[in-house]
Ligand binder design. Structure first.
Ligand code: ADP
Ligand code: GN1
Ligand code: MG
Length: 359
């Protein structure tokens, strides 16, 4: 979806959430691929207060009240993290004149997200936070969380969807992507591995984040420690390996997710080591042997999966992820596949790192 700027009725939104003070501004914020995020500033008694206002993506999320029910339960269970501001009617969202859903969060100040990890300390802190987040959800009371996107990390289904997109070739883009299609097809064997181990009862379903991209955790600007796990739209039943895998995908890469100079794309092993250290420090107590065994594999599986998704979106005409230029999804897919290759080459090293971190 190519980004376009839209005008919004800020006064109506500010009223719906009962925010006090005068409206100062609301500016596009962050680099997420899904929602429309704004930093809203209100002023009262000479003091400015910021909020995060988000228009939730209704193309991606089909049942937003269910999604918000998940988020309300999860944020209430983990106080001190992301904090929802309810509407005057008590609901955790409001709808605008176009029937689009909006929500509002307390702005987490003096903390930042990072698209590319700069040093091992950031990776350790981020991984610790995500592991701690999973740990806190082990005893979430109440019914099973809603599946906000069914089969979100079902790697077989992601692979099959790509095959359908290839067969349809609805935007005449197949001719130029032979190498990428071959790359994907050669790795089909990967996609059933965790699904099969789950079906055999070796890997348990848990409550997981499912979008542990490294810019979905805020790190304190002063201490570097994790401040809050954010972007909770996909918190639902899943495998912890999908979470660890996406940390590996997004933190180890020395380059951006859409880097076009593929010689810059490589998985930094010192960052993998820091992820393993941080994650095991907070999650080891609840992980089972099969989960630990697959930690190294999970990185290349999830990198492959996201590569499949970007390639599928390219073939389908860029209908899912926000894009900033033509062929953006193809560039992202190429970058992910280059990272998969690099992770394959580093498999022994990663297995060794996990073994050392378990000592
Ligand atoms: P998306 O689903 O589009 O990725 P996110 O919920 O991750 O949306 O928000 C996008 C960006 O906005 C984040 O990467 C982060 O930089 C910023 N952000 C989100 N929530 C907060 C918050 N409560 N306080 C400060 N910044 C936030
Ligand atoms: C999206 O919302 P954001 O930008 O944090 C996507 C993830 C992908 C990621 C790739 C709901 O995450 O699954 O891994 O882009 N989120 C959804 O950058 O599809
Ligand atoms: Mg995000």
């Amino acid at each position: 979806m190519m980004i376009t700027e839209t005008r919004h009725d800020w006064a109506q939104l500010v009223t719906a959430f009962n925010l006090s003070g005068e409206f100062v501004e609301s500016v596009p914020y962050g680099s997420g691929h899904i929602n429309d995020t704004y930093a809203l500033t209100m002023q009262a008694d000479g003091r400015a207060t910021r909020y995060i206002l988000q228009r939730i993506n209704g193309h991606v999320f089909k049942d937003i009240p269910a999604l918000m029910d998940n988020i309300a339960r999860v944020t209430a269970h983990i106080p001190g993290g992301l904090t929802l501001i309810p509407c005057t009617d008590g609901l955790p969202f409001t709808r605008d004149t176009e029937a689009k859903y909006w929500r509002c969060y307390v702005f987490i100040e003096q903390a930042s997200t990072h698209d590319v990890i700069q040093h091992a300390g950031q990776a350790r802190a981020a991984a610790f936070s995500f592991g701690e987040f999973q740990g806190k959800l082990v005893d979430l009371p109440g019914p099973r969380l809603h599946e906000t996107i069914p089969n979100f990390h079902h790697t077989r289904s992601r692979f099959d969807t790509l095959q359908h997109a290839i067969a349809a070739d609805s935007h005449d883009r197949l001719a130029d992507i032979g190498a990428e299609v071959d790359f994907a097809n050669q790795r089909e064997v990967m996609v059933d591995r965790l699904i099969d181990r789950t079906a055999r009862g070796e890997i348990p379903e848990r409550i997981t984040h499912n979008d542990t991209k490294i810019n979905n955790v805020m790190l304190n600007d002063a201490t570097g420690e994790g401040e809050a796990v954010i972007d909770l739209d996909t918190v639902m039943p899943g495998l912890v390996l999908y979470d660890f895998g996406d940390m590996v995908r997004t933190a180890t890469n020395a380059a951006a997710e859409d880097e076009t100079d593929l010689s810059k794309v490589n998985a930094r092993m010192e960052i993998f080591d820091a992820l393993a250290e941080g994650y095991l420090a907070s999650a080891r107590s609840f992980l089972n042997p099969a989960e630990i065994e697959e930690l190294a594999f999970s990185g290349r599986l999830i990198t492959f999966e996201i590569g499949l998704r970007f390639l599928t979106d390219h073939l389908q005409g860029d209908v899912y992820f926000k894009t900033h230029r033509p062929h953006h999804n193809l560039e992202r897919a190429r970058c992910q596949f280059a990272l998969v290759k690099n992770l394959e080459e580093n498999d022994d090293t990663m297995q060794g790192i996990i073994a050392d971190r378990l000592k």
